[in-house]
Design a binder for this molecule. Structure first.
Ligand code: AMP
Ligand code: ZN
Length: 505
């Protein structure tokens, strides 16, 4: 292969960083055209925070880009509805586990829709407890697991020489048989980890053939991923905090059982910072998705900001950044509207058609380069800037509109921020806040947006078109009435030399 050809091939396929190999590799599914991917979802002991959504949106961008690249995607995401924190909180509150997690699970599913996450297949840990017990029994029969006196089960790390291959840690010299029974632990605690925990007094448990108890966190994902995707599948994803111990332990359990490679690619999103610091309740910089909406921020601005920095770079979330994201989304939406609403003269302008095609190519190359979302966004903004200038100079013709819109559509397939459905989503979070006793957190900004935005952009577009039709038919009383109706809903309609434009007050 000559140099230029090999370079060309390189730029024609998705390349992703694989934590397992420590390298950027070309991504190809193991079988045919179908990508089987698994992501660790939310632990439903609280509402999802913006760090969680940084990771889930990164995974969603991957999912969407795989679809855009022509793959069929089988994307499973688990819901961790039993782990140490859930057991602790539910037994403190003296309510059953299921009741404790139900409201957070429901909120999580709603939140994924709020930020336009392409829906994965959700699986719930508590629906797979018997399969987990069976998996542990098989590990025991192969010598990889052992039972302790209290009826708990542990994974014997010394039997799995590849332990540490994902997190690149050397555990040689580790004390055989030393154990750790908490789900989350630091790296120096690499010990035999709990697969199954016998219940302490007052704790929830399940009855299974291996005894009474509950699964450890790590076994949940091994079992659910292999059940839904097979023993070997394409990609496993999560935030970088999961590399060790969670994903290292998943590999150990799964590969010990099957003797086959577990996930081929390991995809990890870098941790989000908030105003330069690690997010924590004690620092006062901890925000759930719902907290931000209650402050009056639109889901589209949040999604845009969370996807604007490539997933392996650290994103520093700031409120200034969120305002800028809102402005960016607004500019894109206005451009879209300007293209669809204006009357252009017949014909095409070769440079504009070329610009649109190049933009599609630039976005594709950026995303193929380990999902460089920042460059993909930069490409669309270059196009919008140039095309807006061309409209101002009367250089855009009718046949340029379709290629420009096609480029916007390609962008939207990945970033999903152009469709203006923020207001109804914000309204339902407002209603939730009232029912959840969080009235004091409802900001005036949110109230204003919900009140003024009773009309969706699609409805406004429709009314503006109707108004224009009436005006052209010289039915001025009708066009004035529509203008007044729009003004009452906080919509200002302006006549410019390029046609009619509107904005919210
Ligand atoms: P958890 O509910 O803690 O199991 O987390 C759910 C997902 O969110 C996991 O993939 C975590 O790695 C990810 N996650 C948690 N905190 C952050 C953060 N600050 N930044 C990015 N991802 C995070
Ligand atoms: Zn997991």
């Amino acid at each position: 292969m000559n140099d230029s050809l090999s370079q060309c091939c390189l730029c024609m396929a998705l390349h992703l960083y694989n934590t397992l190999s420590g390298k950027i590799e070309e991504f190809r599914p193991l079988e045919d055209n179908e990508v089987r991917m698994y992501a660790c979802g939310l632990t439903v002991y609280d509402y999802g925070h913006i760090g969680n959504f940084r990771t889930f949106i990164a995974i969603d961008v991957l999912h969407r880009f795989l679809v855009q690249s022509g793959y069929q995607v089988r994307h499973v995401m688990n819901i961790t509805d039993v782990d140490d924190k859930i057991i602790r909180n539910s037994s403190r509150a003296a309510i059953p586990v299921k009741e404790y997690t139900a409201k957070f699970e429901r909120a999580f599913l709603e939140d994924t829709i709020t930020v336009n996450i392409e829906q994965p297949i959700f699986v719930r840990a508590t629906d797979h407890i018997q399969e987990m017990a069976k998996f542990i029994a098989e590990l025991e029969s192969k010598g990889f697991a052992y039972r302790t006196e209290d009826g708990s089960y542990y994974f014997r790390i010394a039997k799995f020489p590849n332990y540490g291959k994902l997190s690149k840690r050397d555990f040689a010299g580790m004390e055989d048989g030393a154990r750790v029974d908490v789900d989350e632990y630091e790296k120096d605690n690499a010990r035999d980890f709990a697969l199954w925990k016998s219940p302490k007094p007052g704790e929830a448990f399940w009855d299974t053939p291996i005894g009474r108890g509950r699964p450890g966190w790590h076994i949940e994902c091994s079992v659910m991923s292999m059940e839904t995707l097979g023993e070997s599948f394409d990609l496993h994803a999560g935030g970088e905090d999961l590399i060790f111990p969670h994903h290292e332990n998943e590999i150990a359990q799964s590969e010990a059982l099957t003797g086959k490679p577990f996930a081929h690619f390991w995809f990890h999103a870098r941790f989000l910072l908030v105003e330069g610091e690690k997010m924590s309740k004690s620092l006062g910089n901890f925000f759930t998705l719902r907290d931000l909406v209650l402050k009056g921020h639109k889901p589209s601005s949040i999604r845009y900001l969370l996807s604007s920095v490539p997933y392996r770079n650290q994103l520093n979330f700031t409120f200034d950044g969120l305002k800028q994201a809102a402005t960016s989304v607004e500019r894109l939406r206005n451009f879209w509207l300007r293209l669809t609403a204006a009357n252009f003269s017949e014909g095409a302008t070769a440079t504009i058609v070329q610009l649109a095609l190049e933009t599609v190519q630039r976005m594709k190359s950026a995303l193929e380069d380990d999902l460089n979302t920042a460059q993909a966004q930069a490409a669309i903004f270059d196009m919008v800037r140039k095309a807006n200038a061309a409209i101002d100079n009367g250089e855009i013709r009718k046949d340029d509109v379709a290629p420009l819109l096609a480029a916007m559509d390609k962008f939207e397939e990945i970033f999903a921020v152009l469709k203006d459905d923020d207001v109804p989503k914000m309204k339902s979070i407002l209603e939730w806040a009232k029912s959840a006793g969080r009235e004091q957190d409802i900001s005036n900004e949110l109230l204003e947006i919900v009140q003024s935005g009773a009309l969706s952009s699609e409805q406004v577009n429709h009314k503006v078109a109707e108004m224009e039709q009436a005006r052209r038919a010289r039915n001025f009383s009708k066009s004035d009435a529509i203008r007044a109706e729009l003004a009452a809903a906080g919509i200002i309609v302006e006549n410019t030399k390029d046609g009619v434009r509107w904005k919210r007050k």
